[in-house]
Write a protein that binds this ligand. Sequence first.
Ligand code: GLU
Ligand code: ZN
Length: 560
Amino acid sequence: MNGRDLMTNKDLANVMYPNVTKTIEDYEKIYPERNLKEGAIVSRFAPSPTGFVHMGSLLTAFIESKMPKDTDGVFFLRIEDTDQKRSVENGIQGIIDDLRNFDITIDEGAISETEEKGSYGPYIQSKRIDIYNTFAKFLVENDYAYPCFCSSEDIEEIRERQEANKERIGYYGKHAKCRFLTNEERIEKINNGEPYVLRIKSTGDFNKKVTVNDCVRGKIDFPENDIDHVLIKSDGIPVYHFAHVVDDHLMRTTHVLRGEEWMPSTPLHIELFRKFGFKAPRYAHLGLVMKIDETGSRRKLSKRKDPEAAVSYYHEKGIPIEAVKLYLTTIANSNFESWYDANKDKTIDDFKLDFKKISASGTLFDIDKLLNISKNYISRLKATSVYESSLKWASEFDQELYDLLTKYKDYCINIFNIEREQKKPRKDYSCYSDIKKEIWYMFDELFEKEQSVYQNIEVKDYYNVEILNDYINNYYDENDTKDEWYNKIKSLAGKYGFAEEVKQYKENPEQYLGHVGDVCEFIRVATTSLTMTPDLYEILKLLGVERIRNRFSKFSGYIK
Ligand code: GLU
Ligand code: ZN
């Protein structure tokens, strides 16, 4: 550019990166192309170490992990800690734990704050500075990048001038003033200790188009990048754009799934891939995870406002991770739900995700729907499995329930088994924290604890102690079959002036106190204090004669 420049780009590169000993070719050998079968997807989850995963990033991580699983590819975890503001102490461990809690397993990447596995690392960006410097040096040597010494005032001045002249804002073309320094001038400034950033020397043309074939959105045309973006900050730490290109090339990523906020930067990334002579990966830009708020309008799911945005919420509530994953699959690919309905014996592993079926416009997150999926899921489990999972949950979150589950193991399994393992199982629990409020009355410890357990009961005028006593002394037999049991309640009903059939009652209501169903309700209320419970026959059988007797006498004391 300047005939009198006595220094070459190579000289400049050596002054800027005196400690670089390797070349890009060396790294190409260290991280060879992966030997995978045709169509295998290599994808990664690349969070900042903020210490936790929220629902939006969990959905991304889930899709990023599932695509490789579906194709015998590789899924890795890369920690993007180049932005110190977003790093927290033990932030890596928090992310690893959240992923593990959801059973999202990595093939490579960080496995603790200090350890990692896999041969394409380091997987923590702050440990890759030597690699970035090598790649930066290549750009400088080839006149694809240059040091910029502008202060924030200089940048502000450029912006003001552009605004005044109604020009497009940005550090580009003739506005990019450090482009026009000679290498001699640059070297002199560097030797004088002036701080600088590294900028790409863009050769893009804003009036030309670059087409990105997004896996989710299809072909999108962008203007080429012509901005001389910062690649490396004055502290030597790369920005996202540069680290993304270097890392995803060397780690041999085939598919970059990321938030749509990165979409406008894609032309810059493509320009960088081209300058290095690398093939760019495929991109899949995912929409935002939204929710309908109280006022009925759509907004971004917010980790500040919405407790369900934090993945710890699911753990604390005891929502099975399988249910969360079923929901994630449902919102990832809308055809999953009907597939799963039609293939009840299959699992998510049998379903292959399809990029084309991911919604480009974002996802509506609906916690009620998730809970409903969870309720169905739990209803299909075996009683022993409900027992094991609730025990595990309670061990962490509910000591009282834990003690009961431990003390009365078989009894609890029998309770969980009421109306389960049948074609249309009962759907009582959408999470393990629901369990206690659904079955508390089965335990004297909880029943007795309630001082006025019957206080909300409407005492009907036909509730009388004699019926209860007669029933337990002369009718109830725990060895009865369900039919025998019901027939006895019918006779009891007849004896005390209730119709034995509902139909009879309806024909001549004035002749009866009520019907057999009212007698059942009376017994149910007396034993459980509730008007609605699962199957009464099963409940009485589990409670056993002694408990029934005690409850009857407690209730008798109450209605007298
Ligand atoms: N660290 C970036 C983010 O959290 C990663 C984006 C990407 O996946 O490339 O947004
Ligand atoms: Zn400058």
